[in-house]
Design a protein around this ligand. Sequence first.
Ligand code: GLY
Length: 421
Amino acid sequence: MLRSLSKLSMTVICLCVPAIALTCCTGYKSDNKNFIQDNIDNAAAQYTLQIKAIEKKGGLLNPKTTDSLGNVRYIPPEDWCSGFFPGSMWLLNELTGNQKWLELARIYTEALDTVQYLTWHHDVGFIIGCSYLNGYRLNDEYDYGSVIIQAAKSLITRYRPRAGVIQSWDTNKGWQATKGWKCPVIIDNMMNLELLFEATRISGDSTFHKIAVNHANKTMANHFRANHSCYHVVDYDPKTGKVLHKQTAQGYSDESSWARGQAWAIYGFTMSYRYTHDERYLKIAEGVCNYIFTNKNMPADLVPYWDYDAPDIPDEPRDVSAAACTASALYELSTYVPGRNYKQLADSIMHSLASPAYRAKTGTNGNFILMHGVGSKPHNSEVDVPLNYADYYFLEALMRKKNMEQNNKDKIRQSIDGTAK
Ligand code: GLY
């Protein structure tokens, strides 16, 4: 079954390349250094104001988004988004070379110290990955290794060996408790595998890597539709491994394609290829790319609506976080699949995001970089707002673009996984 799915992917992708190329040509302008420098300067200015606002309030606050009145909303360390603000500091340090960001990155990262022991949701991967792991690989913070390994140990407490997956959410908490799920796995969970792959590299203990591979393989087998889009939630029986439900939580409907979910899939499988060289993972990432870039509801500027099947398109909110995550993933994918236009697509997305339609004026937008993100429309939560993870993936994409265009081969690898060090 998998082999035939993979063959189908190849055929469809090859046939559709011209369509992708066409899409990409509509928004892409020739690149220049000014684009990168302008975006670095803008991000540094916004985040300098963000830090000043935090200092004025006192304490180490962690900004995520804004509320309906435009006030910045701060989050505790256990929130799935707490790693992105420290992560952006590491990226700003890398992009600007200004020591001020290094000091801030350390302070905001180390404020998340306790999360290494968090076992009640899977997002320890996002949190520690964006904060401690970025410090480790971008700035040689080798003493962070023990935190990374402990966080990986916490994450694998959620591994259900009979199903071969890491359980994303507990089923006795919040709105998840109303769903009747036994072992829900969300596509977002692919992002958390990076922590496990890195924990093996750092510790030499292959347990983490093996669990990550099992999880990726099960996700590859069960999360994707024939058209290469992915479900948001797949629920397993943890005793038998049987798939019980394929549903959504943050998308429009169970059979719709939630935009950020597609982005997590492209990023997650591209990243998993980095550590495994399993070609099937590349095919999955390319299949989802084919799905989104040939989708009739993908806007010309390549910043998607929050769900590709949202009912009132074009009167639906866009989601910059899906666009930024996709752009960052496409830069990496372009290094594994030469000859396709993945870098041009990423460049087109970046030019759209950096335009006045999405990039906020300095001192506005709660001092976040990008406007128009969507957290969860079905929950009427964080709709058409700035999101710290949209900013984070925008900065990561900018760093990857910069290093690729400066043809700095060491930096290209380092900006992806630190292996040049
Ligand atoms: N991982 C949660 C989300 O993407 O909203």
